[in-house]
Design a protein around this ligand. Structure first.
Ligand SMILES: Cc1cc2nc3c(=O)[nH]c(=O)nc-3n(C[C@H](O)[C@H](O)[C@H](O)COP(=O)(O)OP(=O)(O)OC[C@H]3O[C@@H](n4cnc5c(N)ncnc54)[C@H](O)[C@@H]3O)c2cc1C
Length: 602
């Protein structure tokens, strides 16, 4: 496998040239105290060192040895504990945390790039701190001061980690039917009893305590999602002097043996009258959990991107070295590599197609992810209209980040494997691990099918298109402002068509759904991808615009960076964006062909 190199140049390009993050940070008073360009650059560079030097090297043995389980004890693969200690001692577990409890309060635009580095290095490792960061976010927003004082500081220090306990054997996508019970106790705590499955980081040896965020229902709670409450259940109770007390009645029953992410512990967790503490209000637990789930959904999208970036780096290095066949045009233009018995496979159109698909989709995903992170920063630190717009766009785009980035992320791991031919299928080169590791990203944290429903039904249809309009208005204003700019026509024209088609498709689906609601379920997946390719086109246009103005200089980024960007933008608009046309045709074809067929005829 090629050595992982963090794409720092691309990250700086996005932050400072495309999105002007440094201006934004200065403008928002709460962020201005915490971050400026120098701090951000130092953070990215140091994080890159950890990812490249500490985490990427352990991923292979993590996959081969994996986690082990014996008598309720989960042991992580060799090297993981040391790597986690190095990571925590470096302060990385505090990066995005609340400054009032020892966090560094860094903006999402930075922490998202940090997450990408972790995930390119090793998704399994990344899951431990990223889930902890999500749990801390939910606790910071909804927890009582007492719970925050007691738990947050130690989560940010990396002494304690966290898990997210939603899923039960009979309740995955449908959390409204969970059976875990919470009984109120005289001292104000709750007794939690139930079994959760598939809990990432539910038990392990990386930290001295594990803070479980558990969904449960009181006996008299309303049925369905409106009866769910959220509880904090520590593995070890915490004494008043903040030392660790007795082991709570929570245990790991077993771990799963699975297709990928072998170094991540996926646990069956048994809560047996465990002591738990309410987070937020009774019966409003799902909303509190959504603070964590939305964070993790974008995080899972970034996992897909992380694996895809690694796949591209490996495939590119391999393609440059691998000699097979001669270029098709050898007879006309002469042999390209006469000193060798064959040309590098880079001469073949199909290999160039695979590499450019990966490059265009990866750079587009990183840029769109940064754009979404920027909306989250406006939502958290902005004020007035700017803040409301940030919230609206973040809500609209969260399911897109999760599902679109992981679908194309998985596609890109498979494409990278294909570039290797048979050598991609065997273990030696590491490509097959990326495929196996990336596959789960399409499934957990709400399957991509559930994300598509979230986008089309909960976000677009429920708001009667208003949320979507926040996005399409921004794109239309961008088009109006830039359509006459020199060199931009080749990007603006297809972007205009794409955004008009998205609006038209939305109107058609919402209208049809008034007569038959199944129209939404049947077209949701296609719709999400149409949205994803269109949103990515908007971001590619913005990247192309910056690159056009700088193409004659090597600029801050150097290495013909801007020429490469422009070529890739052209590839995206001519070869990738047209995918939306077949998706639109499928989405418009109606739901009858799916529902007219009786179940017995399947
Ligand atoms: C390795 C791993 C780690 C995990 N980590 C965690 C964790 O840390 N915490 C946690 O709580 N859970 C975790 N999970 C659970 C994961 O989030 C669930 O598996 C996932 O949400 C899907 O639930 P399910 O498996 O029960 O599938 P189901 O809900 O049974 O879904 C089956 C199929 O039906 C579709 N479907 C279901 N309902 C609908 C609907 N309304 N509309 C359209 N399609 C629908 C789904 O998209 C899917 O294709 C993990 C799972 C795995 C495998």
């Amino acid at each position: 496998m090629a050595e992982y190199k963090v794409p720092l140049k691309d990250m700086s390009f996005l932050l400072y040239e495309v999105f002007k993050a440094d201006d934004m940070w200065q403008k928002l008073p709460k962020l201005a105290e915490q971050v400026d360009k120098d701090t951000a650059q130092a953070i990215l560079q140091e994080c890159a060192k950890i990812a490249e030097q500490e985490l990427a090297p352990i991923a292979r043995q993590g996959d081969e040895i994996g986690v082990s389980f014996s008598d309720g004890v989960v042991t992580t693969a060799p090297g993981y504990k040391e790597a986690f200690n190095t990571y925590a001692e470096g302060g990385w577990t505090a990066l995005g945390g609340d400054v009032n409890y020892g966090g560094m309060g860094m903006p999402k635009m930075l922490t998202a790039l940090h997450e990408e580095m972790l995930c390119s290095a090793d998704i399994s490792f990344a899951l431990y701190p990223v889930l902890t960061a999500g749990a801390a976010l939910s606790l910071a927003k909804h927890g009582s001061d007492e719970l925050k004082e007691r738990y947050l500081t130690r989560m940010y220090s990396g002494d304690w980690s966290a898990s997210m306990c939603l899923t039960e054997a009979h309740a995955g996508s449908d959390l409204g039917i969970i059976r875990t019970k919470a009984i109120p106790q005289d001292d104000g705590s709750y007794s939690i009893t139930g079994n959760k499955i598939f809990i990432t980081g539910g038990e392990h040896d990386l930290t001295e305590n594990i803070v479980h965020l558990v969904l449960a229902k009181l006996p008299d709670a309303p049925a369905g999602p409106r009866g769910i409450s959220l509880f904090l259940v520590p593995k070890f109770n915490v004494n008043d002097d903040e030392t660790l007390g007795e082991h709570n009645k929570v245990s790991c029953g077993s771990i799963e043996h699975k297709m990928g992410i072998h170094a991540s512990a996926t646990c069956v967790m048994n809560f047996d009258e465990s002591q738990g503490y309410l987070i937020g209000e009774l019966n409003k637990g799902l909303a509190c959990m959504f603070t964590m789930m939305n964070f993790e959904r974008i995080g899972v999208g970034i996992q897909g991107l992380g694996a895809a970036v690694r796949s591209y780096q490996n495939a590119l290095e391999y393609a440059k070295d691998r000699l097979q066949g001669r270029a098709l045009d050898s007879k006309v233009k002469g042999v390209k590599n006469p000193a060798q018995e064959a040309d590098s496979i880079m001469v073949h159109g199909d290999v160039r197609r695979m590499l450019l698909n990966m490059k265009a989709l990866n750079e587009g995903s990183r840029a769109l992810s940064s754009y979404i992170a920027m909306q989250l920063d406006y939502a958290t630190y902005g004020e007035g209209e700017e803040q409301q717009k940030g919230e609206a766009l973040a809500a609209l785009m969260t399911p897109v980040a999760k599902a679109f980035f992981t679908d194309i992320g998985f596609e890109n791991t498979v494409t990278g494997q294909q570039v290797f031919g048979g050598h991609g299928f065997i273990r030696e080169w590491g490509q097959e691990q990326l495929v196996r590791d990336a596959r789960i990203t399409q499934i957990y944290e709400g399957t991509n099918g559930i994300q598509a429903m979230d986008l089309l039904v909960r976000k677009v249809a429920s708001s009667k298109g208003v949320l979507l309009k926040v996005f399409t208005d921004e794109v239309s204003a961008y088009i109006d402002d830039n359509q006459n700019e020199a060199g931009m026509a080749e990007f603006i024209a297809p972007l205009t068509e794409a955004v008009n088609d998205l609006t038209e498709l939305t109107t058609e689906l919402l209208t049809k759904s008034e007569a038959n609601i199944n129209e939404l379920g049947a077209s949701a997946n296609d719709y999400l991808h149409v949205f994803g390719y269109t949103a990515m086109a908007y971001i590619w246009a913005r990247m192309a615009q910056v690159s056009l103005t700088k193409q004659d200089s090597n600029g801050e980024c150097g290495d013909n960076f801007y020429q490469s960007k422009l070529h890739t933008a052209r590839y995206y608009f001519t070869r990738v964006l047209p995918r939306r046309i077949s998706l639109i045709a499928a989405a418009k074809s109606g739901c009858d062909c799916m529902f007219d067929i009786n179940d017995e005829l399947f």
